[in-house]
Design a protein around this ligand. Structure first.
Ligand code: GP9
Ligand code: MN
Length: 696
């Protein structure tokens, strides 16, 4: 019993360390503080107490250690995860984690901190004390009833805990959209078990889903539909679409100067160019799926999932009626260029269900030595090295470039940048400007190529930032650079900082301007399709065309907070955008705010139900042919392109064919120093292409 007590107390202390040092749980009163002290105890006693059912010492000791190690591991991965996502790890994230861990290793290391040793020290010490016999192994069997007594007191304690939690926060278990609450009131173990039960429930939902469940969703979508503005409809019809996905790129970088130097001079130029429609009130809406959530919204017009990533959880077998397939069926070639491995975010599987014809992932480039960083090939090289594949694609094409260099922890080899970083006291924040500057330069080089090759004349380039780069926990360090007193920084400021760029650039176009319309990532697909002269009415999409007169300007965040042109709602507290202060609405205004919240909830709920129950398998938009993922295989992309070129002969529209069957690579100029570096055996990422079975 003494041994169990010792381990329980040690684990309790570790949990409190995580609660008070690593997690930000937002304690507002002493009562919550009390619950917090109490909540690790019930589950720890329950779990560790199970060892007491083993009569023999040789089973008891290994078992209790195993439980302790597993529970410490759960605690520790949550500590790491929280540092990046300011959130707890769901069971589905954990299960999908193996698919995204490749490449995460680099930044996981950067997410560690010296005091992390305390999460493991107790186990080491106890083992050492046992080995040196300072803790004595007690062979005497315990009465069976001791185990039972411990289990029932733990359960009783848990009931007390739950009751206290419900007293402070009614409907604790039903309003689970906020994971912090669950951990704050019930502890990490209870949260994880509860979450596991919920994911099991979702998988059951899917198998019981019926076609009739579509009707409510269709009602919402039809009511929400915003007809295109006639003057904008089809302005880019027939053009190539080139999507530049700017990793972790926030709007505040635009026009920002650091030490007198512009951070992103080239993007700044594009931003204000007459050839560009830019948006300055455009927000990312991603959840835990980060980049993959941005892609989900962009390609499918539906939201990411409330927990985890849709790509990893549902990408293998969900039915989509998504942009790649829609463009494909309108006569476009479709491709993604990305310098990370294809398995990251389960992309290679998901892309097949989205209907992408080609995926030029890391296996298509020389990523060896210092050509890559933790998330893959450096951007300047990605753009340069993509040319040999891009030029063989039949036009018109719909292509997406996923950049990676501007990714946490924002490190760069010294020869890649001489940008003078600010000195905020937070290395992450300082370096962010350096990698953003690098990204800007790589876009500039790519644009020079577009111009030289003539591609710019018949292309629409859409540029957007996928999500924040600086997480809320670091925003205070950023505040000064933005001209705000760090002490005044609050939730409202965090929400406003979720702006990311969105630009539709058509070289040669003259009517562009900076639009102030409020919108979010879910609005991009209908906007783009209308610019391309494609009808969206027959599809199920949750956003609305940003250029439409009836566009809904409420931006829904994944956690149900929202921003509108006038108000910002965070966790039920509403701020006025004008005064930036919390408001105390009268009855009429409250009704208006409630209606907005209801709309936000419904959009998210309907999108979740559509995706989680895979309802699109029952939906057949007229003229759209269902995607068959087995039609796609992402190995030998170049060979496939060249075969098609040959087959089409004079009819081939690829840039290569149009250039008199000559490579356009000489048009590309990059100052990337790595270009001249020899290929080495070492690699910062592990390259695999699961479609390549040739063994080369
Ligand atoms: C990796 C890249 C990064 O392939 O897309 O994803 P993120 O960590 O930003 O979600
Ligand atoms: Mn990203």
């Amino acid at each position: 019993m003494g041994f169990v007590t010792l381990l329980v107390v040690l684990f309790w202390l570790k949990t409190l360390l995580a609660y008070f040092v690593d997690f930000k749980l937002g304690l507002s009163d002493p009562f919550q503080f009390l619950i917090l002290l109490l909540n690790p105890l019930a589950t720890t006693i329950l779990l560790f107490g199970l060892a007491l059912y083993f009569k023999r010492a040789r089973f008891f000791y290994p078992f209790i250690f195993l439980i302790d190690i597993l529970n410490s591991l759960l605690l520790y991965i949550n500590v790491i995860y929280f540092r990046e996502f300011t959130d707890f790890m769901t069971v589905s994230t954990m299960l999908g984690y193996s698919k995204v861990d490749q490449g995460l290793s680099g930044s996981s290391l950067a997410l560690t901190s010296p005091h992390d040793i305390l999460y493991w020290l107790d186990l080491v010490l106890v083992l050492a004390l046992m080995a040196t016999r300072r803790i004595y192994i007690d062979p005497r069997p315990l009465n069976k009833r001791v185990g039972l007594a411990v289990t029932s007191s733990a359960l009783l304690l848990f009931t007390v805990n739950l009751t206290l939690g419900e007293m402070d926060r009614p409907q604790l278990l039903t309003r689970t959209f906020d994971r912090t609450y669950l951990v704050k009131y019930l502890g990490l173990d209870a949260f994880t078990v509860y979450d596991g039960i919920k994911s099991q429930h979702t998988s059951e939902l899917r198998s019981h889903a019926k076609k009739s469940e579509l009707s409510g969703i269709l009602k919402y979508v039809h009511k929400n539909y915003a007809a295109p503005d006639k003057s904008m409809y089809g302005v880019a019809k027939g053009k190539n679409v080139i999507i530049l996905h700017l990793e972790s790129f926030q709007q505040f970088l635009i026009n920002k100067k650091v030490n007198g130097q512009e951070v992103t001079p080239f993007l700044n130029k594009l931003y204000k160019s007459k050839a560009t429609y830019s948006f300055d009130n455009f927000f990312h809406e991603v959840g835990q799926g980060k980049t993959s959530d941005a892609e989900t919204m962009l390609e499918t017009g539906t939201y990411g999932l409330p927990q985890g990533s849709l790509f990893t959880q549902l990408g293998n077998d969900n039915t989509f009626q998504a942009a790649p397939a829609i463009f494909d069926q309108a006569g476009y070639s479709t491709a993604v260029f990305h310098g990370n491995v294809a398995s990251f975010w389960n992309r290679s599987n998901t892309y097949k269900n989205l209907g992408y014809q080609y995926f030029f992932d890391a296996s298509y480039y020389d990523t060896s030595g210092d050509k890559s960083l933790g998330y893959g090939l450096k951007d300047k090289l990605l753009f340069n090295d993509s040319v040999k594949y891009l030029q063989h694609l039949q036009q018109p094409f719909y292509v997406k470039y996923l950049t990676v260099t501007n990714h946490f922890p924002f490190t760069l080899d010294s020869e890649d940048s001489s940008f003078k970083t600010p000195n905020t006291g937070d290395k992450t924040v300082d370096n962010y400007f350096k990698t953003a500057h690098y990204l800007d330069q790589s876009i500039k080089e790519f644009y020079a190529y577009l111009h030289k090759s003539g591609l710019d004349k018949n292309s629409l380039v859409m540029i957007y930032g996928d999500h924040y780069g600086i997480s809320n926990s670091s925003n205070k360090s950023l505040a000064k650079l933005l001209g705000v007193n760090p002490d005044d920084w609050n939730d409202y400021d965090n929400a406003q900082l979720q702006r990311v760029p969105l630009m539709f650039n058509m070289p040669g176009y003259k009517k562009g301007k900076v639009e102030h319309t409020y919108g979010g990532e879910v609005d991009v697909l209908p906007t783009l399709m209308h610019l391309m002269g494609m009808n969206t009415k027959k599809y199920i999409q949750f956003g609305t065309d940003l250029f439409s007169k009836t566009h809904n300007p409420v931006v829904a965040f994944r956690n149900r907070d929202w921003v509108s042109p006038d108000y910002t709602s965070i966790d039920g507290t509403v701020y006025s955008n004008k005064t930036q202060e919390e408001i105390h609405p009268d009855k009429a205004l409250q009704a208006k705010l409630d209606a907005i919240q209801k709309h936000v909830n419904q959009g998210l709920n309907d999108s979740d139900s559509l995706n989680q129950k895979n309802l699109l398998r029952f939906f057949h938009p007229k003229g759209f042919t269902a995607v068959d993922p087995s039609d796609y295989n992402y190995s030998d992309g170049l060979e496939k392109e060249e075969k098609l070129e040959k087959k089409l002969g004079l009819k081939s529209t690829s840039l290569f064919s149009r250039n008199g069957d000559k490579s356009t690579q000489p048009f590309y100029k990059t100052d990337a120093p790595e270009l001249g570096h020899k290929t080495t055996d070492s690699n910062r990422i592990k390259i695999t292409n699961q479609d390549d079975t040739s063994g080369k």
